[in-house]
Design a protein around this ligand. Structure first.
Ligand SMILES: Cc1cc2ncn([C@H]3O[C@H](COP(=O)(O)O)[C@@H](O)[C@H]3O)c2cc1C
Ligand SMILES: O=C(O)c1cccnc1
Length: 341
């Protein structure tokens, strides 16, 4: 289904030399240099440009909330969707600040809402099933999620977008995400779960027990698509598909916190070359995130102690990508500026 090629190595030496010849001590722009090189490799150009950034926030409800795994009631998912539509959430603020186009996607929330050009209908159902009792969704629903995501990316590509970010909203989804992480990596349940919206120690233990029960129900490790069917959620499946589709279209993919990184891990396990297109934007405070990043050998750009999701960490990293591209294109070389090396 996916045809994703590794980023080009053709110009790597040329770009490295260009970066090294800029008027600064060797390596002094640190992670920004790595980022500039990655974006240049993605675009196979020594003079890359970022155009028409788009973010999507995927929203879905989770049957696993019946087990009491979140600090907030499940109604908050739909309420936050309206908040996104009305422009009042953190992700709205950061997207406005950085001129990022934002869409909200109903991936499968339980309430009925009115769709618009900003609130898209890709609903796969009225919330997933409680994954302790049965699979959260069917494998057909996972495939539907992937094809919806492919269409969204294709639409953005047609209008000239070459950098994208993804957020999620779904009360209970840190438990789904932790379950997915455990299912595809084999890392033990208690190292995958965290506080999510702010559950106490007992809540964290409950989440670990829920993930362990799921592992027992499905007899251990699973491939990424079977894991998505087993543990959900609709929004995580769509985010996984969108990351794969964006990599296929050679876009820069801004990866947010814990939940987005789980989607990135699934995408990477489905098509390892997709990893080349991922910019890991921030270190989430959610407990499993460091382990998860280590699985992908990823070093995030920011560490702000954030644990929100919605794509907020990715939106905050967008201007760093702009800075990386700007220094590569605009900074003088030692030769140009007459500075001694
Ligand atoms: C008001 C509010 C806004 C949010 N925005 C993102 N999340 C984040 O918290 C949820 C995951 O945490 P858990 O697994 O503990 O439910 C997700 O919806 C995630 O995006 C929010 C949560 C709340 C309460
Ligand atoms: O890092 C995340 O994605 C995250 C952490 C806590 C709650 N919601 C999202």
């Amino acid at each position: 289904m996916w045809s994703i090629s590794h980023i080009s190595d053709d110009r790597t030496q040329l770009i490295r030399t260009t970066i090294d010849n800029k008027t600064k001590p060797l390596g002094a722009l640190g992670a920004l240099e790595t980022l500039a090189l990655q974006i240049a490799q993605i675009q196979d150009s020594a003079t890359p440009a970022l155009t028409k950034p788009v973010f999507w926030v995927f929203a879905g409800d989770h049957g696993i909330t019946d087990e009491g795994v979140s600090a907030y009631p499940k109604e908050v998912t739909s309420q936050m969707v309206m908040n996104f539509v009305n422009g009042g959430a953190a992700i709205n603020v950061f997207c406005r600040q950085h001129d990022i186009q934002l869409y909200v996607v109903d991936a499968g929330i339980s309430s009925t809402i009115e769709y618009s050009d900003k609130l898209l209908n890709c609903s796969l159902g009225k919330g997933t099933k409680n994954f302790l009792l049965q699979n959260a969704m069917t494998s057909e629903q996972v495939q539907f999620a992937f094809s919806h995501a492919k269409e969204l990316i294709a639409g953005a590509e047609r209008t000239g977008t070459n950098i994208v970010g993804f957020g999620e909203m779904g009360i209970g989804n840190t438990t789904s995400a932790a379950a997915l992480m455990a299912l595809v990596t084999g890392i033990q349940a208690d190292l995958c779960v965290g506080r999510g919206t702010g559950v106490d120690d007992a809540g964290v233990s409950l989440k670990a027990a829920v993930v362990s029960k799921l592992l027992a129900r499905v007899n251990g490790r699973l491939d990424p698509v079977s894991a998505l069917a087993a543990a959900g959620g609709f929004e995580i499946a769509m985010m996984t598909g969108a990351m794969l589709a964006a990599a296929e279209s050679k876009m820069v993919v801004l990866v947010d916190g814990f939940i987005a990184s789980v989607a990135a891990l699934l995408a990477y396990k489905i098509a390892p070359a997709a990893r080349d297109y991922f910019v890991f934007c921030h270190a989430s405070d959610e407990r499993g995130h460091q382990r998860l990043l280590a699985e992908m050998n990823a070093r995030p750009l920011l560490d702000l102690g954030m644990r929100l999701g919605e794509g907020t960490g990715a939106a905050l990293a967008y201007p760093l990508c702009q800075s990386a591209v700007a220094f590569l294109n605009e900074m003088a070389s030692f030769g140009d500026a007459g500075v001694s090396q």
